[in-house]
Design a protein. Structure first.
Length: 373
């Protein structure tokens, strides 16, 4: 995040890797105005090449011609037009799409969506315009554009190379490395509808490094396995299940026992559960594990969103003090109380300021950002 290289937006990533962009543009309520918007996007950043456009939520054939012909007059191809169809819409909630595991009939929905795309989009034209850029040819130019602030933050940061099975990795000759060393040999990981935001690439990299992940369900009132060295509470939707979690005394007491002999770490929702109380959207307060001096509320929602770069504020199972971490924050919680030593010092993509992030106390730690590397 940050610096002249960009903020981590899709356009910044495309510019960094030298990849063309296919713009999917919602033309609801637009005619020729769609061309003005596409022209603005295509000309906004010279580093970004817009290879073509797919029109979304098209109302009629006349609507398609009106918007599509105006865009094509700019010399930008239109690869297809998707008509409005609520049957293909995926359900949403306050943090975006309802997750795959909770979506009924997802495989059938995806099959129908694939047929829908094939019927209305020239997929072959999109494939033909795609290019694979060798990472080594792109990174040096982007690096020279970084600000001093970003450069000073990143030299020793753990950076994950590409998976050796990916086309970009094969083109660049890079091989897969561990994104972030595992924090323990045996790691207990909470996994259910309340704790579901755990990056698969991170879990796989820990397995590849020899760690064993042992999953348990707090909503089923399961405690973290006692033969594990560290317990990891991922993010998710504890605010939707706060009453059940508070009543799951086997889980709550298990966390407290675990904290007496092993390390506990929580990300976002997991961090809130390690605190003293969580207030749900209706204003009801629910007692949590009480292992950190933290109280959070969803009664007055406030969006927190963006990429984060952080440095460990003290030695931690993840690494020594000063280790640089990368992650992102996305939640609507309001902090009512947060007292103690910070887990890390973090900055976002738009500011030079380093601010305390999370808490760490007596073998228990957490923060609102999700680790990516």
């Amino acid at each position: 995040p940050g610096g002249a290289a960009g903020t981590g937006a899709s356009a910044d990533v495309a510019a960094l890797l030298g990849w063309p962009v296919v713009l999917v543009h919602d033309v609801s309520g637009q005619g020729q105005t769609a061309a003005a918007i596409v022209r603005g996007i295509a000309g906004h950043d010279a580093r970004v090449k817009v290879a073509g456009v797919v029109l979304n939520r098209v109302g009629s054939e006349r609507h398609r011609r009106l918007a599509g012909e105006a865009i094509e007059a700019l010399g930008i191809p239109v690869f297809g037009a998707l008509p409005r169809d609520e049957k293909i819409a995926l359900p949403e909630r306050h943090l975006g799409l309802v997750q795959a595991g909770e979506t009924h009939g997802l495989d059938e929905r995806l099959e129908a969506l694939a047929d829908f795309i094939e019927a209305h989009v020239d997929v072959g034209a999109i494939v033909a315009c795609a290019t694979i850029a060798a990472i080594g040819d792109v990174i040096p130019d982007a690096s020279r554009k970084r600000s001093d602030r970003e450069s000073s933050m990143t030299p020793d940061a753990p950076v994950a190379a590409l998976d050796s099975r990916s086309p970009a990795a094969r083109a660049s000759g890079m091989t897969r490395v561990v994104a972030l060393p595992p924090p323990a040999q045996r790691i207990a990981v909470a996994r259910d509808d309340a704790f579901s935001f755990f990056y698969p690439h991170l879990a796989q990299s820990w397995r590849d490094a020899g760690a064993e992940l042992c999953f348990f369900s707090p909503l089923a009132d399961e405690a973290p396995p006692e033969d594990c060295d560290l317990c990891w509470l991922p993010g998710g939707y504890p605010e939707l299940h706060a009453g059940r979690l508070s009543a799951a005394q086997g889980f709550i007491k298990g966390l407290r026992r675990f904290a007496q002999r092993g390390w506990l770490h929580g990300e976002c929702g997991g961090y809130m559960v390690l605190g003293r109380a969580l207030i749900d959207a209706a204003g009801a307060a629910h007692e949590m594990a009480g292992l950190l001096e933290l109280e959070t509320s969803f009664a007055q929602r406030k969006l927190h969103l963006g990429y984060r770069q952080a440095q460990l504020a003290a030695d931690h199972p993840l690494g020594a003090v000063g280790l640089r971490l990368r992650g992102h924050e996305f939640h609507y919680a309001t902090v009512l109380r947060e007292e103690g030593l910070p887990f890390a010092l973090a900055r976002d993509a738009y500011s030079d300021d380093e601010r305390p992030a999370g808490l760490a106390s007596n073998g228990v730690s957490g923060s609102f950002f999700h680790l990516m590397a």
